[in-house]
Design a protein around this ligand. Structure first.
Ligand code: FCB
Length: 453
């Protein structure tokens, strides 16, 4: 299977940007180098049983030292854009807010190189690596963290200005808030719904307050946020299942997108989880509802949802799809859900232009005779590109697509066991080898007939 789109596809036109994505903690390693302070993920990795095989981010892909080669690799793929994240603990390494010049210098090198090669720089300010000194004071449960983030965002935007093409405040606040504070499976590992909702509110507020600050300094660059969606489909047409699915979608998707787009939280969740509601100050929702230049959508899979047994703690339950195809991380492959999500969001909200900021598959990849024949990933990417194309044809404004990920990396609680890269990483030698999907992605991008601007 090769990746292929018609030459006259809207995705093959000059105004559609193809890219590749990574995140700091997942690739950089060198987590004590040049004044970088501890992050919540460094700490979390040290806790027994939290990360598979006791893996941690101390080496990762050693991108901190191999960044020159990695930029060559990115350029060789023929992408228009590269999405990376900046590690807050490298930049502001003390609770007093002082700036670490070495941290800025590291990203100066990378961003200048990308600029010189005409690769658009999409930066995420927060891809989950909160400085531990903030978590020691409550992390995202403490409103002061909101102001610490705005300070950090100001430092970055003042320094890089329009050398960064696109500023994303947060990657997937759902994960930071719910996985980190409600379900306990990500750093910092708390387990309370009330905490999850409070953390979510503070993350959204930090976004809202940072946007005007970034705008002041960024010289006209785009400013937005990235949300993850795992849309729920009802297991049946019964009233109960439909209702459970609505609650699931309100809790997981609309709790994040509705305040951003409309300045309110879904009333179902406010009522159903009345005791767990966050503390919200008077101007917060108006601040969160600030206008943005783009919405990033990360999509991997869907959920099938049913009403739970009557004594369950939750108001919905997920129904495993045993007969469907799944990737190596256990996520169902269901590209139609991406098309449905994009067209539904477009109907429900007055959206800014969308970028698909992450999409990809974990596969059990092996090198055989020097090659990695990742057929499932190729198929996955092809099917999802077609879903994006179809949504564009239906009028959804989508300006770009980023495959996740450039190379295999530290997959959070799964450690190094799950490989999402289109480039294979041998962690012992740090050798990178292009998989079939990388060759195919490159061929697709090179088959475009216009001249890259
Ligand atoms: C997303 C994260 C990203 C990566 C992929 C597989 O939720 O943003 O860092 O781990 O999942």
């Amino acid at each position: 299977m090769t990746l292929q789109l018609d030459l006259d596809s809207p995705l093959m036109q000059p105004d559609f940007s193809f890219g590749i994505a990574t995140a700091a903690f997942q690739i950089e390693g060198a987590n004590t180098a040049d004044g970088r302070c501890e992050s919540i993920w460094d700490k979390f990795c040290q806790l027994e049983g939290k990360v598979l095989n006791g893996d941690d981010g101390s080496m990762a892909c050693d991108h901190y030292h191999l960044w020159r080669e990695d930029i060559d690799l990115i350029e060789s793929l023929g992408v228009d854009s590269y999405r990376l994240s900046i590690a807050w603990p490298r930049i502001i390494n003390d609770i007093d807010g002082s700036v670490n010049a070495s941290g800025l210098a590291f990203y100066d090198n990378i961003i200048n190189q990308l600029n010189a090669r005409n690769i658009k720089v999409f930066v995420t300010l927060y891809h989950w690596d909160l400085p531990q000194y903030l978590e020691d004071h409550g992390g995202w449960l403490n409103r002061d963290t909101v102001h610490a983030f705005v300070h950090y965002a100001e430092i970055i935007s003042q320094h890089f200005q329009q050398r960064i093409y696109s500023y994303c405040t947060f990657n997937e606040p759902w994960c930071s808030a719910y996985l980190g504070y409600q379900y306990g499976v990500h750093a910092p590992g708390h387990k309370s719904r009330k905490m999850g909702l409070q953390a979510a509110h503070h993350l959204l507020l930090a976004h809202g307050l940072a946007v005007p600050v970034i705008r002041r300094h960024c010289g006209g660059a785009q400013v937005g946020i990235v949300l993850n969606f795992t849309p729920g489909d009802s297991a049946s047409d019964s009233q109960e299942d439909l209702r459970a699915t609505q609650i699931y979608n309100d809790y997981n998707s609309h709790w994040f997108i509705q305040p951003l787009m409309q300045g309110s939280y879904p009333s179902s969740i406010v009522q159903l989880y009345a005791e767990d509601q966050p503390v919200i100050e008077a101007s917060d929702l108006a601040d969160i509802n600030v206008s943005i230049d783009f919405l990033g959508v990360n999509f991997y899979t869907r959920a099938v949802v049913a009403t739970p047994a009557s004594n369950a703690d939750e108001l919905f339950q997920l129904v495993p799809q045993a007969d469907a195809e799944h990737t190596d991380i256990g996520w169902e492959i269901h590209p139609a859900a991406l098309y449905k999500l994009l067209t539904e969001l477009n109907r429900m909200y007055n959206l800014p232009p969308i970028y698909i900021t992450e999409n990809g598959a974990a596969c059990d990849d092996h090198i055989v005779d020097g090659q990695i024949d990742d057929q499932q990933r190729c198929r996955y990417l092809q099917q999802h590109l077609l879903a994006v194309e179809q949504a564009v044809q239906e009028g959804v404004v989508i300006k770009g697509y980023f495959a996740w990920s450039l190379m295999d990396n530290f997959e959070w609680a799964e450690g190094y066991s799950k490989r999402f890269g289109i480039v294979y990483v041998d962690y012992k030698s740090q050798k990178r080898t292009l998989k079939k999907s990388a060759h195919s992605y490159r061929n697709l991008l090179n088959s475009r007939v216009f001249i890259k601007n």
